[in-house]
Design a protein around this ligand. Structure first.
Ligand SMILES: [Zn+2]
Ligand SMILES: [Zn+2]
Length: 177
């Protein structure tokens, strides 16, 4: 799930973007009703836009607050966010947008084609508990009988650590928060 990094009492904290719309006119951000709503149009809002290949997040700014994304003013009042974008809102502060996800054990949702586990080479069946690698996006079995994800310290295909308690690989520098 995409999230924001923000500064709370001089500590970096994660704010999960669990919802479809958030107001950045306040710190910490606030979940708001999905647009069109007054909050989204008047202030600074993050809106989730569903696309066929996944959701994107768009920042929309009304006229009353100055917004910069990566030091550039939001000239047109709207922009699609990219991983690690720095958002700055006047009178509110800075946020960092991150699309990084954590490895979680969940039922494999199924796919149009057969998917094979890169560790054991066997098919992963729909509903079988598995882990999608946050880095290379490949699914691995992870059940009582088949602990393919945690079998070694790294993903079968990339350097992603398989410890299920591992935190985020990226976080903003403290000095720029
Ligand atoms: Zn496997
Ligand atoms: Zn991987």
């Amino acid at each position: 799930m995409a999230h924001l990094w923000l500064s709370v009492e001089d500590q970096r904290a994660v704010f999960p973007l669990e919802g479809a719309a958030f107001s950045l006119s306040a710190h910490p951000p606030r979940r708001i009703p999905a647009p069109p709503c007054k909050e989204a149009l008047g202030g600074v809002a993050l809106l989730r836009v569903e696309k066929p290949d996944g959701a994107v997040w768009v920042i929309v700014a009304g006229t009353d607050q100055t917004v910069h994304v990566n030091e550039f003013p939001l000239a047109l009042g709207i922009r699609v966010l990219s991983d690690r974008d720095r958002i700055w809102v006047s009178n509110v502060g800075a946020f960092f947008f991150s699309t990084e996800t954590l490895a979680t054990v969940e039922p494999f949702p199924g796919a149009e084609q057969k998917i094979f586990c890169p560790r054991c080479k066997l098919e992963i069946e729909e509903g079988c508990t598995s882990v999608k690698c946050p880095q290379c996006s490949r699914w691995h079995h992870q059940s009582e009988e088949m602990k393919c994800w945690t079998y070694t310290r790294h993903c079968a295909l990339c350097p992603q650590p398989t410890d299920l308690d591992t935190g985020y690989r990226w976080m903003p520098e403290e000095s720029v928060m």
